[in-house]
Write a protein that binds this ligand. Structure first.
Ligand code: GLV
Ligand code: MN
Ligand code: MN
Ligand code: MN
Length: 399
C-alpha cells in the first residue's frame, strides 16, 4: 500500500514531493485512496469541500458517533514522504489489523483524507477542514487563487465539484464523535517511537507586497531607484530579530519577484511570512514588529508596502479527556511510555477540534526534518504507530 503511493509526485532528482491540491499527482493520490477503500469494501464519501472519507460501518449499526482518523495526501513544494500520507496509510493498516483480529465494531470508523492541508496551492492551510467546520468564509475561499491565477472555485468546478456548495457540512460533522490523526513528528522533540499531542501552537501566514518601480539595472542611478528588494531584504532580517526577541519562530520561505529579470530592478516583491510561537500575543507582537520594520525600510527606499493576513490559528489545546484516553490506549499496546508533547506544526485535527474532540498520535522522526525530502521515520516506529492507532481505535470504536 505504502509502496504504491511512494513514487506519486516524487521528484527523481531531489526526492521531494509535489502533490498540490487537484494537480495530477494529487489526483493520483486520491485515486490510490479510492482504490484502497474499494479493495476493503469501504464506501467513499466525497464531501462538498473536496475531503474524502472511507467508511467502515458496524453491521446493522448506525451511521453516527463515528471515530474519524486519517490525515492528508497533499504536500508542500518539495515535501517529505510522511507528512500526511503516514496518517492515511496507518489508518487503513489499523482497520486491516482490527478486522484480522476479529474486532467487533460498535461505532463507524471513517478514514479521512483532507483537501489542501498544506495550503501549498491556494495559500490557506487546512482549507478542506476549515471549510468543513466553518472556519473560513466560503466566499473568500472561492476567490483564493493559485500561482497561475486560477481561482479555487474554478479548480473545484474543473474537478467536478460544485464551488457554490462549499462550506460548513453539518451533516458530516454531526456524524463524527471524535477525530484521531496520526502524523509523523516534525521536529526532534519525540524520544520514543510514539507520542501524543497536547497542543498546537498559534501560527499564521502573512503576505507583504512591496511595490517599487521597474527600471534598467545599468542606467538607473542608485539615488533614482525605488527598488522593492531592499525593504524586502530588511523585512527578512527583521523577522529573524523579532522572532528572537519574542521567543517565537518566523520564516520567509516564499517570495515572488516581478518581473524577475537579472538586468532589471524589480517592480514588485511579494513575500510570505510564517510566524508561530507559544502564545498568541508573542506571535502577534512578532508580526507587528516585522510590519513596522518593513514600513520603515519601504519609506526609506520610496517603496509602497501592504500587509495582509492570509490565515491565523489561535492556540489549540487538544481535548484533555480524549488525549488521556488515546495515551492510555497506546500505552496499553506498546512497550514503554507514550510521551505528551506540543507541536509547532498545523494539522486538520487542530481545526476539527473546534467542533469535535480531537487528538493526535506522533511517530518519531529521527532526522527531525520535515517539509523537506530528508523527513524520515523508521519502519519499526511506523509499525508501532499503527499498533498504537489500532489500540486507540479498538478502545474508541470496538468492544
Ligand atoms: C503544515 O504542515 C504546517 O504546519 O504549516
Ligand atoms: Mn505539513
Ligand atoms: Mn501534515
Ligand atoms: Mn500540517
Amino acid at each position: 500500500m505504502w509502496a504504491a503511493l511512494l513514487p506519486v509526485g516524487r521528484d527523481g532528482a531531489t526526492g521531494g514531493y509535489h502533490r498540490f491540491a487537484w494537480t495530477p499527482p494529487e489526483l493520483e493520490c486520491r485515486a490510490w485512496f479510492a482504490d484502497e477503500a474499494r479493495r476493503r469494501g469501504l464506501p467513499v464519501e466525497h464531501d462538498t469541500n473536496g475531503n474524502m472519507v472511507a467508511w467502515w460501518y458496524p453491521d446493522g449499526g448506525g451511521r453516527g458517533d463515528a471515530v474519524l482518523t486519517g490525515s492528508h495526501l497533499d504536500s508542500v513544494p518539495g515535501g517529505g514522504a510522511f507528512d500526511g500520507p503516514l496518517g492515511v496509510v496507518s489508518a487503513f493498516a489499523a482497520v486491516d489489523l482490527l478486522r484480522e483480529r476479529g474486532a467487533r465494531l460498535r461505532r463507524p470508523i471513517g478514514i479521512a483524507a483532507f483537501a489542501e492541508e498544506e495550503g501549498a496551492r491556494f495559500g490557506v492551510a487546512c482549507l478542506g477542514s476549515r471549510l468543513l467546520t466553518g472556519a473560513i468564509d466560503p466566499v473568500r475561499a472561492r476567490a483564493l487563487t493559485d500561482a497561475d491565477g486560477r481561482t479555487f472555485a474554478e479548480v473545484m468546478h474543473n474537478a467536478g465539484l460544485d464551488p457554490q456548495a462549499i462550506g460548513p457540512d453539518e451533516d458530516l460533522l454531526g456524524r463524527v464523535g471524535c477525530h484521531v490523526e496520526l502524523h509523523v513528528e516534525q521536529g526532534r522533540a519525540l524520544r520514543g517511537p510514539v507520542g501524543v499531542a497536547s497542543a498546537i501552537v498559534p501560527h499564521g501566514r502573512w503576505r507583504f507586497d512591496f511595490h517599487g518601480e521597474g527600471n534598467h539595472a545599468g542606467t538607473t542611478l542608485l539615488g533614482d531607484r525605488r527598488d522593492p528588494m531592499l525593504p524586502f531584504a530588511g523585512m527578512v532580517l527583521a523577522a529573524r530579530e523579532a522572532a528572537r526577541r519574542n521567543g517565537t519562530v518566523a520564516t520567509v520561505g516564499k517570495v515572488r519577484v516581478e518581473p524577475g529579470g537579472v538586468n532589471a530592478i524589480a517592480s514588485s516583491v511579494t513575500a510570505w511570512l510564517d510566524a508561530r510561537g507559544p502564545a498568541d500575543d508573542a506571535v502577534r507582537r512578532t508580526v507587528a514588529e516585522v510590519d513596522e520594520a518593513a514600513r520603515a525600510a519601504a519609506r526609506a527606499h520610496r517603496v509602497g508596502v501592504d500587509l495582509a493576513e492570509e490565515s491565523y490559528t489561535e492556540i489549540v489545546d487538544l481535548d484533555l479527556a480524549l488525549r488521556d484516553r488515546v495515551r492510555d490506549a497506546a500505552e496499553g499496546v506498546l512497550d514503554g511510555g507514550v510521551p505528551v508533547l506540543p507541536t509547532g506544526a498545523g494539522h486538520d485535527a487542530g481545526i476539527l477540534s473546534a467542533r469535535v474532540p480531537a487528538a493526535m498520535l506522533f511517530v518519531r522522526n529521527p532526522t527531525g526534518i520535515s517539509h523537506a525530502p530528508a523527513e524520515s521515520a523508521e519502519t519499526a516506529d511506523c509499525l508501532a504507530g499503527v499498533e498504537a492507532l489500532t489500540g486507540v481505535l479498538a478502545d474508541l470504536a470496538c468492544g
